[in-house]
Design a protein around this ligand. Sequence first.
Ligand SMILES: [Zn+2]
Length: 403
Amino acid sequence: MKYIVILCDGMADEPIEELGGRTPLEAARTMNMDHLAKGSEIGMVRTVPEGMAPGSDTANLSVIGYDPKEYYTGRSPLEALSIGAEMAPEDVSFRCNLVTLSEEEERYEDRHILDHSSGEISTEEAAELLSALSEGLKRKGYTFYVGTSYRHLLIREKGKVVELTAPHDILTKQIGGYLPEDEVLREMMVRSYDILKDHPVNKKRRAEGKNPANSAWFWGAGTRPALRSFEEKNGVKGAMISAVDLLKGIAVGAGMDNIIVEGANGGLDTNYAGKAQTAVKALTEDGYDFVYVHIEAPDEMGHQGSFRDKITAIERIDEQIIGPVRSSFEKSGIDFRMLILPDHPTPVHVRTHTADPVPYLLYDSTKHFDGQDTYSERTGKQTGIFVEKGDRLMDHLLEKTVQ
Ligand SMILES: [Zn+2]
């Protein structure tokens, strides 16, 4: 038996008036999901434990089978693992976003945050800006690391974990009330604007009508986590396919291999088909029993507040990933179980994550369930199947008897 998770980041949503009261998942044309739904177990799962902040970090830890209440130490340390950054137990890492702030105000505190992703800036451009920040904000015990697109890291030797605000939670708001209390971090952010504002990369981006990456934004502080090996815990050899450092970091922490797919970038135009082919090859030729395919696009479209683009992302996943994976396995005659689900909702009208339970679809090529006509937030609730502890869903996928 082979196991595959198709994790559609932020896919769950709420009914949208412009869609006649349907959610993007309901409005999207999803032939392949609908086909599977008819013979699959469909239910709801709580991926974000009550009282925890909804994020891809906590939610994906749950889905991969690690109770975030026990294992979660912050988002950025997971990303630090993925890029091989050295972290001592007493070091603290911070996510360093490259964000777009409004430019017409006089004072830094009065600016508004327009885009938490600087228009999904390319890693090449971001690397240039990060090198300007490393140079201009040089300080003993603080090190910047280049990640992917707008997502980067700052590691502080022997630091303290402090409360910080996620930039995607305050889109369009004035930043003054959300800046770090920590003097050093705050001053670094203020100075980052002066360093980045007129950087050639940003001049070029403005000329091309793109959002300039004109400020650093620190958040997601944490220390190094200690995850148990996925293979030891579950007895299956696993691999991760994701363009996002956070997910790669969870994989490194759990002792899973990261498989890189050319052209996978976490955006709407990611290489969906390449992810599907890579997953099938990993399971059928390369000796893996379990593959976790993570697609960031629906979440990003949720943050951008575009239900049309979110629908497009969902349709591409359906057509270019779920369809091909299923037909490849059917052709090869290998038995498989496939779990399709979001990590958390990212409703387009909220433009950030919520902690509500999400619908899941569990397909088993050797069994027939009396399923539903479609897979959606609505049908997930209709069946009455509810997994309260998200980390148990992995045991269910892997058919482990839980004592
Ligand atoms: Zn998100």
